[in-house]
Unconditional design. Structure first.
Length: 387
């Protein structure tokens, strides 16, 4: 050890102490500057769009937005949005980006505009998740809640931003599709629902079930004409199983002085459970009554029995709400930031969603599931009902 230490301390016969020191300084400076230069070069917009599939897709879209050209002349480059601030975070993001090079040059999965478009939804979901995980750190490097002058914002925008600031919401939760075209999420959503239906086939043996879709109800087993229907995400109790038929109990609230043809989840709230008519309606029994204070309207909780056919029934309601949450985040953020689900009360969500639905590609079944999800999580719902 002593001999080794002496060798380390003794200058080389070939190199002077000054030469060795100079070489060490050069290596040290290079070790600092070269990685920095590499990060700068590979973080430039020119480098990012050097692949033609990027130039013909996302770069072309980006040039049409306010992040590229605006009155103030401030431009957000690729790195400003996609590389989080901080040395460690930047290095980590650069290491993650090597996967993009692998996918382009080795697997060829995104080496053409057509292949890129096919994976746009997957890539967008990954980027949204990354930005949400760091609480939109890149956005906040330019946009800060504390620095915003709400008097210069559109009234509705100011209202939403105040809510977001209070809860310290991540920017990407509401502001998808600002710099790049929103991917078509419909295919993925349809696959999610198909999986939900498939799972339901193996999970419909419990005594308490929930509907995945609107289902007709019948007065007797084998009837051809329905006497009402169950709405999606409605709870039923199984009384009897007979082949492909189930006798079920249905409960809900209805206005006492009304026609009592629609059952709601709670008194005074239009969260629809079922529609009734004919014999199914006639056999309904009143369980309890109450008066809604805001309107002084009398409501009755009733129970009836009916027969339904197997299919699209599931043991737990949570998977339905998870699917509905994906529906909301994927479709209602396409044009602007979607309102927080607790922004409206249960009845107000009916008109609000109807006003937005024309800007989406949701079908009737998806719309009904989404509406009930928003209603059960509304501002005036009891915590035990919220999902």
């Amino acid at each position: 050890m002593k001999s080794l230490w002496l060798k380390l301390k003794t200058p080389s016969k070939k190199w002077s102490v000054l030469a060795i020191l100079t070489i060490g300084i050069i290596i040290g400076v290079a070790a600092i500057l070269l990685p920095h230069a590499g990060i700068e070069i590979t973080g430039s917009t020119k480098f990012c769009v050097s692949c033609h599939e990027m130039e013909d897709t996302v770069y072309k879209e980006y040039k049409q937005t306010a992040h590229f050209s605006n009155a103030s002349g401030v431009r957000a480059e690729c790195s400003d949005c996609h590389i989080p601030p901080g040395t460690l975070a930047t290095i980590g993001r650069k290491l993650e980006a090597t996967n993009d090079l692998y996918q382009k040059f080795i697997t060829g999965s995104i080496d053409t505009p057509e292949k890129f478009e096919a994976k746009r939804a997957e890539l967008a979901e990954r980027e949204w998740a990354r930005m949400k995980a760091n609480n939109s750190a890149t956005c906040r490097s330019c946009h800060d809640y504390d620095a915003m002058d709400h008097t210069k914002q559109h009234p509705e925008a100011a209202k939403q931003m105040k809510i977001a600031a209070k809860d310290n919401q991540s920017c990407i939760s509401c502001h998808k599709g600002l710099a790049h075209q929103m991917p078509d999420m419909s295919t993925g959503l349809k696959k999610d629902f198909e999986k939900l239906v498939k799972d339901a086939e193996a999970q419909s043996d419990a005594n308490t079930l929930y509907t995945l879709n609107q289902k007709p109800i019948f007065a007797n087993k084998g009837d051809k004409e329905p006497e009402g229907s169950l709405l999606p995400a409605s709870e039923i109790k199984v009384l009897k199983r007979d082949g492909d038929w189930l006798e079920v109990s249905i409960e809900g609230w209805t206005e006492t002085d009304g026609r009592q043809r629609v059952l709601s989840l709670l008194p005074g709230k239009r969260i629809f459970v079922s529609t009734l008519r004919g014999e199914v309606q006639q056999r309904a029994k009143v369980l309890e009554q109450t008066v809604v204070k805001d309107t002084d309207a009398k409501w009755s909780k009733v129970s009836t029995t009916a027969w339904i056919q197997k299919g699209e029934l599931i043991n737990r309601v949570e998977p339905i709400w998870e699917y509905a949450g994906t529906l909301y985040n994927s479709t209602c953020n396409q044009c602007h930031g979607a309102p927080d689900i607790k922004h409206y009360d249960a009845n107000a969500w009916i008109g609000t969603l109807k006003g937005m639905i024309g800007f989406t590609s949701l079908n009737t079944q998806e719309e009904r599931i989404l509406l009930k999800y928003l209603q059960v999580n509304a501002s005036d719902m009891p915590k035990e009902q919220q999902k």
